[in-house]
Write a protein that binds this ligand. Structure first.
Ligand code: ZN
Length: 182
């Protein structure tokens, strides 16, 4: 089922989301619906608050471009990207990495606005999966970026918060319009 995507201005996007304590059938069904919704919207990721539910559940799928990462390790084992997409996870915990890179981002909740965001190039994430397993995932490229972007959503943070001051100034008018439309 395709779900309506919440747009910028909705306070649910600013909530600090609750951890998922139990993987129920409802959570699994929600994840399935989020995958359908993300595919229909041509996104590479979607977080539960973006469909109005403030819980720590998100999905990513960057398999449209198998070259978008240079490595992927799960629990210290090398894996191919297509073997683990779409990736559905709850309660993510990210380890800090200091080497950052600037890349353009957009967001399904902030239509038509794109901007350059500086984030760590490499990612080490501890993710809980819907089968109850907790994994350590290490990667870079678009997958690292997408997981960081979605994890931000679960903390009420949007990519526009991470723009440079010049970038924020440029985005100001569009954000005002979105806020007004909401
Ligand atoms: Zn987003």
């Amino acid at each position: 089922m395709i779900l309506p995507i919440v747009l910028y201005g909705d306070p649910v996007l600013r909530k600090k989301c609750k951890p998922v304590t139990e993987i129920t059938d409802d959570i699994k069904e929600l994840a399935e619906n989020m995958i359908e919704t993300m595919i229909e919207a041509h996104g590479v990721g979607l977080a539960a608050p973006q469909i109005g539910i403030p819980i720590q559940l998100a999905i990513v799928d960057v398999s449209h471009d198998l070259e978008c990462i240079s490595y992927l390790r799960i629990n210290d084992q090398d894996l191919e990207l297509e073997d683990c997409m779409p990736l559905v996870f709850v309660n993510p915990k990210l380890e800090p990495h200091s080497v950052k890179e600037l890349c353009e981002e957009g967001c399904l909740s902030i239509p038509e606005l794109r901007g350059n965001v500086k984030r760590p190039a490499d990612l080490t994430a501890h993710l809980e999966l819907l089968n109850g397993e907790t994994i350590k995932l290490e990667t870079d490229g678009l997958l690292a970026r997408a997981i960081q972007h979605e994890t931000d959503h679960l903390n009420g943070i949007l990519f526009v918060d991470r723009l440079s001051s010049a970038g924020k100034l440029k985005a100001k008018r569009d954000l005002k319009r979105l806020q007004r439309d909401w």
